[in-house]
Design a protein around this ligand. Structure first.
Ligand code: HEM
Length: 138
């Protein structure tokens, strides 16, 4: 069980690296002047590669979490609250995919300020999830 939990944490950390960095690239894309074609294409390529790389990592993080849950009989309100937050994170991840498609299509309308607030969402989720799974308050 400890090997599964160890790799669960490894993939969780890697997934969050992507969830933290992708919106940061969006901030820079929103800031990049419309005529700076080379810079926009470089940022877009980085974002596409990162999204493609981090998606299977997220799937593995969740898969190993479900293995822990159903394979080792974990239970409790904390796990339900945690899973609800993780479902929210999956929605956030997919939303990043849609925002990336908007940038690729040249029709993103959101400002860099909007993306700065958007970038903070995974931070709040991470804090809440870690408190739930380590402290297990309910
Ligand atoms: C549906 C997805 C997930 C499920 C079902 C799940 C389930 C679990 C379970 C059952 C454990 C073992 C708890 C224990 O040993 O006390 C665990 C450990 C852990 N999970 Fe998840 N998890 C999921 C996603 C995540 C995510 C997204 C994070 C991000 C922060 C996360 C962070 C952790 C941490 C840090 C531990 C180690 C806790 C400890 O050893 O005390 N998990 N997870």
């Amino acid at each position: 069980m400890l090997w599964i939990k160890a790799f669960h944490i490894v993939f969780v950390v890697s997934w969050f690296a992507g969830l933290f960095y992708l919106p940061r690239i969006f901030v820079n894309l929103a800031l990049a002047p419309a005529d700076s074609r080379a810079e926009r294409e470089r940022l877009l390529l980085m974002a596409k590669k990162l999204y493609r790389f981090v998606t299977p990592i997220g799937v593995l993080a969740i898969g190993l979490g479900l293995w822990l849950w159903f394979g080792y009989g974990f239970a409790g309100g904390w796990l339900h609250a945690k899973t609800a937050l993780v479902i929210g994170l999956v929605g956030y991840h997919l939303w990043c995919g849609r925002l990336l498609a908007e940038f690729a299509g040249g029709n993103s309308t959101k400002t860099h300020v909007w993306f700065r607030f958007f970038n903070e969402v995974p931070v709040l989720a991470l804090v809440a999830i870690c408190i739930l799974v380590v402290v297990k308050p309910f």
